[in-house]
Design a protein around this ligand. Structure first.
Ligand code: NAD
Length: 429
């Protein structure tokens, strides 16, 4: 006899619940599909294991003191240490970090990495900080979450607005507190301090592999295909470059500065040079500015959201003119939009599968750090290719056998693995 579902924890009820509510809805959809033996453990998925909220005070360059709120959430550690990125953004909130941590639990299980799920963030607009202020913020945040992280406890990585330099500061701060260098405490580090070749492009490369496999199933040739990408950061830029290298045309890009298109294909090298100089997509050589609405309706084979959550909604889902949506971002499609896309016959390759390339190469980095033996880029890309293809095929098979959309199939695979580990470990005490 199952206990009736518990009400949501009180800290959840206080917020707007956007991404966390989306995650709970996804779990609710998959719950009846999980094995009867796992049903008593479902509540595990609804409750983050551990949440830390920290005050991050720093001295600004002008001498004033500013306070920022930071978070680290371990959603589940049944399969191994927590693993997930750190986000710096003015809209970061506890429910968002909870959702991102939960998606990491599912994602790490989908790719079968020996990790649980975690995520962190600081509610700050990093564009308003000098590089020195950013370093002080990173070091203070790392010190505050020091009690939760460690190479065998919880391993942060880059996410929105954090990068290899931020990871180097985090690694150094943790190491100073430990009194010894501990490279394995974060991944996505610079190569010179234990980073891995191939990590920079790994998420974009994984997005490409997932898209290629989906296209193969639908009989869509990559060469000459059209791609629209939201986000031209770590994930979006690499995905654009790797797609273009495979003979596809990037026809539209949107970032926080606006949207551009060129139906003949955007010259990415010229775009990168333009962005480096002017800090905006707008005005890039050979491109035309379009509205946000027009961006979502650009005809293409692949649409890759690679920015933030909640971007494909009931407002734009009816207008999408893509064959396949490949979720580079975490949580870019709302559940209501998901239903519209399914009805319209647009295949969605879900985040927990499509963007798993980043954490996969993070895993390789962590393994290399432990053994202090580093692999070639070729080896890394081959292993990434193999793990991503295997994960795609496993999810695709479940989706065909059980007639499920890919997201539901991925959640069946991921949630089953998390709950199997939970059940076999049992409860303490
Ligand atoms: P990033 O900071 O490098 O880039 C983010 C991009 O999104 C930028 O181009 C920015 O201009 C754009 N953007 C931000 N707000 C926007 C808005 N309102 N409208 C349009 N564009 C907007 O971040 P990233 O590391 O590339 O992460 C992007 C997404 O991919 C996030 O959802 C992240 O969680 C996910 N992800 C990242 C990794 C990784 O390895 N970095 C791995 C898996 C998933």
């Amino acid at each position: 006899m199952l206990h009736p579902p518990c009400p949501l924890p009180s800290y959840v009820a206080a917020d707007k619940l956007g991404p966390w509510e989306t995650y709970l809805e996804q779990v609710a959809q998959v719950t009846p599909l999980l094995a009867p033996s796992l049903q008593p453990w479902i509540e595990t998925l609804h409750r983050p294991k551990r949440i830390l909220i920290v005050d991050v005070p720093i001295r600004l360059d002008n001498g004033e003191i500013a306070h920022f709120e930071g978070y680290r959430v371990q959603h589940n550690t049944s399969r191994g240490p927590g693993k997930g990125g750190v986000r710096y953004h003015q809209d970061v909130s506890l429910p968002e970090v909870m959702a991102l941590a939960a998606w990491m639990s599912v994602k790490n299980a989908v790719v079968n990495l020996p990790y649980g799920g975690a995520k962190g963030g600081v509610r700050v607009d990093p564009r308003l900080l000098s590089i020195e202020e950013l370093e002080r913020l990173t070091r203070r945040y790392t010190s505050e979450i020091n009690i939760m992280i460690g190479p065998d406890r919880d391993i942060p990585a880059p996410d929105v607005n954090t990068n290899a330099q931020v990871m180097a500061w985090m690694m150094d701060t943790f190491s100073m507190n430990q009194g010894r260098t501990s490279t394995g405490v974060v991944t996505g580090k610079p190569i010179s301090v234990g980073g891995s070749l191939g990590r920079q492009d790994a998420t974009g490369r994984g997005v490409f592999v997932a898209a290629r496999e989906a296209a193969r199933q639908l009989g869509i040739p990559l060469a000459g295909s059209r791609i629209a990408i939201q986000g031209f950061g770590n994930v979006g830029e690499a995905a654009a470059r790797i797609f273009a290298g495979a003979g596809a045309r990037v026809v539209a890009i949107q970032d926080v500065t606006g949207s551009i298109c060129n139906p003949a294909g955007i010259d990415l090298a010229a775009l990168r040079a333009h962005v480096a100089q002017f800090k905006t997509l707008i005005g890039a050589p050979g491109t035309e500015a379009i509205t946000g609405e027009e961006f979502w309706a650009v005809p293409c084979e692949f649409l890759v959201p690679a920015a933030l959550e909640g971007q494909i909604t009931t407002a734009n889902a009816p207008n999408l003119a893509a064959r396949i949506v490949v979720e580079g971002a975490n949580g870019p499609t709302t559940p209501a939009a998901d239903a519209i896309l399914e009805e319209r016959g647009i295949l969605v390759v879900p985040d927990v599968l499509a963007n798993a390339g980043g954490v996969t190469v993070s895993y390789f980095e962590w393994v290399q750090d432990f053994s202090s033996f580093f692999w070639t880029e070729e080896e890394i890309n081959q292993r990434l290719e193999r793990l991503m293809t295997e994960a795609f095929n496993a999810v695709w098979q479940v989706s065909r056998e059980r007639r499920l959309r890919l997201r539901t199939a991925a959640f069946v695979v991921g949630c089953s693995r998390v709950l199997e580990a939970r059940a076999i470990r049992g409860l303490y005490p």
